[in-house]
Design a protein around this ligand. Structure first.
Ligand SMILES: O=C(O)CCC(=O)C(=O)O
Ligand SMILES: [Fe+2]
Length: 173
C-alpha cells in the first residue's frame, strides 16, 4: 500500500515537472489493476558470473517500479541495442535506498540482473501499473488495454528463447 502511495506521488511530481499528466485518471484505486509485489530469488551461479544468468534483459511493464535489494547484480544499458552489444552499467545498491524505474509511458530503462556473487541474491520489487481497462496506443498505433499488454509481455518473459521475443522484452512495441 505504501509503495503504491509513494509511486503515485512520484508520478504526480513527474507529471508536474514534465507538464504532462502521467496519471491521466488511469490509477483508480477502486478498479482492478495488475500492480504487484514480486519477491525474487536468484540462486548462486558460480559458473555464470557477469552473464545474464539472473534476469533476462527487459523493460518493465507498467507505470513505475520500486526496487529494493542490498546486493549487486542490477545493470542498465547505456547504449540500447541488442543485449550482447549493449554497454551495461552496474547500479550499485545503496543501503536504505530504493531504485525507481519508470515504466513504458516514460520509456523504461533496458535492464537485467547478472550473477556477480557467490551467494544467492534477493530483491523485492513493487510494480505500479494502470487499472486493467486503461488503454494506450503503442508505437505502431495499435491500441491496448493495460491488462492485455501486461499478459502479452509476460508471455514473452516465459518464452524459452529470449532472442525470439527480444523486441517485446526491450519494449520496442
Ligand atoms: O532483481 C532485481 O534487481 C531487478 C528485477 C527486475 O528488473 C524485474 O523484476 O523487473
Ligand atoms: Fe525489471
Amino acid at each position: 500500500m505504501e509503495c503504491n502511495r509513494i509511486g503515485l506521488m512520484i508520478l504526480g511530481c513527474l507529471s508536474k515537472t514534465l507538464d504532462c499528466d502521467l496519471l491521466e485518471g488511469k490509477h483508480d484505486p477502486n478498479k482492478q489493476s495488475t500492480s504487484a509485489t514480486a519477491l525474487l530469488h536468484y540462486p548462486v551461479q558460480p559458473h555464470n558470473v557477469g552473464k545474464s544468468g539472473g534476469h533476462v534483459a527487459h523493460t518493465d511493464v507498467g507505470s513505475l517500479s520500486i526496487l529494493f535489494s542490498y546486493q549487486e547484480g542490477l545493470q542498465i544499458s547505456r547504449s540500447g541495442g541488442d543485449e550482447a552489444d549493449a554497454e551495461w552499467l552496474y547500479i550499485k545498491p545503496k543501503p536504505d535506498y530504493a531504485v525507481i524505474n519508470v515504466g513504458h509511458k516514460l520509456k523504461s530503462s533496458y535492464h537485467r540482473v547478472v550473477s556477480v556473487q557467490k551467494e544467492a541474491r534477493a530483491s523485492v520489487i513493487y510494480f505500479l501499473r494502470p487499472q486493467m481497462d486503461a488503454t494506450f496506443t503503442d508505437k505502431e498505433g495499435k491500441e491496448w488495454t493495460s491488462v492485455d499488454y501486461h499478459d502479452m509481455k509476460f508471455n514473452a518473459f516465459r518464452h524459452d528463447k529470449a532472442e525470439e521475443v527480444h523486441d517485446i522484452l526491450r519494449g520496442d512495441c
